[in-house]
Design a protein around this ligand. Structure first.
Ligand code: MN
Length: 222
């Protein structure tokens, strides 16, 4: 079964004025479509693994045959990352998260505003092409004996999912690091060059207005 380009859950112009229609059209219809086509091309050489979930392949790239490992990493990563990215944006979105997710931001970063600052700084600092991510380490509860040994760390974590900011280069995914993504920001130039040229900071600033916190919250509670 071949991978397919997912339809956007909104129109190309739906994220205006924050993200322009032309960028969305090229980004989804050309860039993302090419990742999907090249992923399928690579997997066609190994029908035995072609049916595996993409997440599984990306989480364990070492198990992917060497001759297509690079293609799966780059194009499979591109497919996963962009599919994730479209869904965590929405028209008339932005603002702040609520509920458990809001509490997790406070616990992990001090406040939501502090998180936003740190995330923007991390995304701005990606050298060349890559992604900014919010992930959760989602450690399973420890057995009681370990809990005692863990001491202070356990009392501060208090069983809550720990949120963390990280960045990946190119189309690398956090799945390969064994963490669960909640939110991502594409900082490749193709994501913003038409509207903002070299001003990545302006793009990041605009992007906060279209973050779909409901979807991020869904990933968080999964
Ligand atoms: Mn992109």
């Amino acid at each position: 079964m071949e991978h397919t380009l997912p339809e956007l859950p909104y129109a190309y112009d739906a994220l205006e004025p924050w993200i322009d229609a032309k960028t969305m059209e090229l980004h989804h219809g050309k860039h993302h479509a090419t990742y999907v086509a090249k992923l399928n091309e690579a997997l066609a050489k190994h029908p035995d693994i072609a049916g595996k979930p993409l997440e599984e392949l990306l989480a364990n790239l070492a198990a992917v045959p060497e001759d297509i490992r690079g293609a799966v990493r780059n194009h499979g990563g591109g497919h996963f990352n962009h599919s994730f990215f479209w869904a965590i944006m929405a028209p008339k979105a932005g603002g702040k998260p609520t509920g458990m997710l809001a509490a997790a931001f406070d616990a992990s970063f001090g406040s939501f505003v502090e998180f936003q600052k740190a995330f923007s700084t991390a995304a701005l600092g990606v050298f060349g092409s890559g992604w900014g991510w919010l992930v959760t380490t989602n450690n399973p509860p420890r057995p009681t004996s370990e809990r005692v040994e863990a001491g202070k760390q356990q009392t501060t974590n208090n069983g809550m999912q720990k949120l963390q900011i990280l960045t990946t280069a190119n189309q690398d995914t956090p799945l390969a690091l064994g963490v669960r993504p909640l939110l991502c920001l594409d900082v490749w130039e193709h994501a913003y060059y038409l509207k903002h040229q070299n001003r990545r900071a302006d793009y990041i600033e605009a992007w906060w207005h279209v973050v779909n916190w409901e979807e991020v919250g869904r990933h968080f509670s999964e």
